[in-house]
Design a protein around this ligand. Structure first.
Ligand code: IPM
Ligand code: MN
Length: 384
């Protein structure tokens, strides 16, 4: 039997525990069904509740504890709700969400992968019929860029105050994220081919490719990193003649995401620009209720990757059993597929979970259902 894969489950705040509960229920079903060597431990941190009791969002040795696991399955961090309670214990966003950034940084989870595919049954926000073909994979650089948190405030509180916020782009991180984008483009095309789906993307010389990588920058204004990204992209693209290339400026990309999102395949963007683009991409593919997200370290097997839906803690519906666990379940499916790199049966289980969630979505398009009802229906599908 394969070595046991261990998950640190961190439900977090708000709807986090509710949606994580359904993920665990599905994982349990799959573990039994496939005899998966999978184990998990639940942690009460990071969370508002832990902060209220201990004065910090997580213990000082939190990362050391998490490092012993193969992955972290995180629910949500932020305002725990309910909004109706004005006296609830509430931290500022920068404090409550800091653990997320600490994990990404501490475990060098340098890829943030956010697929945006409009599946049958998901809400279609765009009226254009071609929206049904939306199938993007946004790869966000997750280790540096605008998120290095370097800078400071001078003469704070005076009229002469100055705030600086530095952006750092290294050639090493640039190369690895761009190369990862090309690799994913190939993988996506191969997966589509297996399912009998094909897509066509035009190259500059007029030929067509089955996949594409679109690099997004703001190189007309932010020229130093923009130029470095462009050069790295051109160089690395030579190793992938089968993948079409494209570039968009981030402002134009926002416009085109709305105007013709079906024209995109793999998209590579910087940390902040990728953050913004993935909220937009999530809506294009049905909204936050269905958008998965993975923070991956593909290079160091000793570092856990972190799987969390793109959505937040949804304080407006927290504790009411109304949260849609779909995004969390798609995220858990991707986590299993990630484990599949070492243990093929995990990939099978991940695909099954994806298919069950997708089938449930297709069958119940728009129906009002509670968190548990959705989780139960999906588990039944898994055990059928
Ligand atoms: C996300 C979130 C985080 C980010 C916040 C909560 C720090 O928006 O995961 O997209 O900006 O990365
Ligand atoms: Mn975001």
């Amino acid at each position: 039997m394969a070595q046991t894969t261990r998950i640190a489950v961190t439900p977090g705040d708000g709807i986090g525990p509710e949606v994580v509960g359904e993920a665990i229920r599905c994982l349990e079903t799959l573990r039994t069904k496939h005899n998966l060597s999978l184990e998990w431990n639940e942690f009460p941190w990071p969370s508002h509740a832990w902060h209220q009791a201990h004065g910090e969002s997580m213990p000082a040795d939190a990362l050391a504890q998490l490092k012993a696991y193969d992955a972290i399955l995180l629910g949500a961090l932020g305002d725990p709700g309910p909004l109706e309670d004005p006296n609830r214990y509430l931290l500022t966003d920068s404090v409550s969400l800091a653990p997320l950034l600490e994990m990404r940084k501490g475990f060098d989870q340098w890829v943030c992968e956010r697929p945006a595919r409009l599946l049958p049954g998901a809400r279609q926000y765009l009226a254009d019929e071609r929206a049904k073909d939306i199938d993007m994979l946004v790869i966000r650089e997750n280790s540096e860029g605008e998120y290095v948190s370097q800078g400071g405030r001078l003469r704070q509180g005076t009229e002469d105050e100055i705030a600086t916020q530095m952006e750092v782009f290294t050639r090493k991180a640039t190369n690895r994220i761009i190369r990862y984008g090309f690799e994913q483009a190939r993988t996506q095309a191969a997966e589509r081919a297996k399912e009998g789906r094909t897509r066509e993307f035009r190259t500059l010389d007029g030929s067509t490719c089955e996949s594409q990588v679109c690099l997004i920058t703001k190189r007309n204004a932010l020229r130093y990193w923009g130029d470095m990204y462009t050069e790295a992209f051109e160089e690395i693209s030579k190793e992938y003649p089968d993948v079409a290339t494209h570039h968009e400026l981030v402002d134009a990309a926002c416009m085109k995401f709305v105007q013709a999102p079906w024209a995109f395949d793999v998209v590579v963007a910087s940390n902040l620009q990728g953050d913004i683009l993935t909220d937009l991409a999530a809506v294009l593919s049905g909204g936050m209720g269905v958008a998965p997200s993975c923070n991956l370290n593909p290079t160091d097997p000793d570092m856990p990757s972190m799987f969390e839906p793109t959505h937040g803690s949804a304080p407006d519906i927290a504790g009411k059993g109304l949260a849609d666990p779909t995004a969390m379940l798609f995220t858990a499916a991707r986590m299993l597929e990630w484990f599949g790199r070492k243990d093929p049966v995990m990939a099978v289980a991940g695909k099954e979970l994806f298919d069950a969630v997708a089938a449930d979505l297709a069958e119940n398009a728009g129906a009002r259902r509670g968190t548990k009802e959705i989780g139960e229906a999906i588990c039944q599908r898994l055990s059928a």
